[in-house]
Design a protein around this ligand. Structure first.
Ligand code: COA
Length: 161
């Protein structure tokens, strides 16, 4: 499996695949803040907004590619001001047929590496209890903080052998 960081041009080039991934990952489950019954055009519009955000340096998008197929993606939201030392994980999406093989965890770790490079060592996540994402981020060291469903982790420097 390959993990790629997508700039705005790459996001635009992959827009149709990303839109299809979003619909597949949403399935019939909880809507992740999306309107229920999101259409493929709505999903494309969502990704067009993300492309703008990436182009302005407000978001990082990573994608997981396996056997030439886009099987997952996730995002890191970057804010300024008092949030300039932190970042927020968003929309961890893994194709239904590719779940429970560690892809979601690899995507989160890739975004943590991006956060480190950007000097943002506090990472926040939001996940509904029992959603799968909640268990995933807890496994990676995120702990509840503040309101229900909010978690956070301070990134440590990787140990040097
Ligand atoms: C949540 C999601 C991203 C997990 O992706 P994944 O690639 O299957 O996750 P991983 O294989 O890396 O799972 C790592 C660990 O997380 C936990 N986990 C993942 N999915 C889980 C689930 N549905 N129920 C309970 N625990 C789960 C498990 O502890 C798992 O380890 P294990 O498989 O050894 O038991 C995926 O199910 C998904 O896309 N869901 C729909 C979209 C969504 O709700 N995204 C979260 C919004 S931020």
């Amino acid at each position: 499996m390959k993990i790629l960081t997508l700039d705005a041009v790459a996001c635009a080039a992959a827009r149709d695949w990303l839109a299809e991934l979003l619909l597949d990952a949403l399935g019939d489950g909880p809507a992740l803040g999306f309107f229920p019954g999101l259409s493929i055009d709505g999903a494309r519009r969502y990704w067009r907004d993300i492309e703008t955000s990436v182009a302005h340096g407000r978001r990082v998008v990573v994608a997981a590619i396996q056997d030439g197929m886009l099987v997952g993606s996730s995002q890191l939201v970057l804010r300024d001001g008092i949030d300039a030392d932190s970042a927020e994980l968003r929309a961890i999406l893994v194709r239904r047929s590719a779940r429970r093989r560690g892809i979601g965890s690899v995507l989160v770790r890739a975004l943590e590496a991006e956060a480190r490079l950007l000097g943002r060592d506090r990472v926040y996540a939001e996940a509904d209890p029992g959603s799968g994402a909640d268990e995933l981020v807890r496994d990676l060291g995120y702990a509840p903080e503040g309101a229900e469903g909010h978690l956070a982790k301070t990134l440590r420097m990787p140990e040097v052998a």
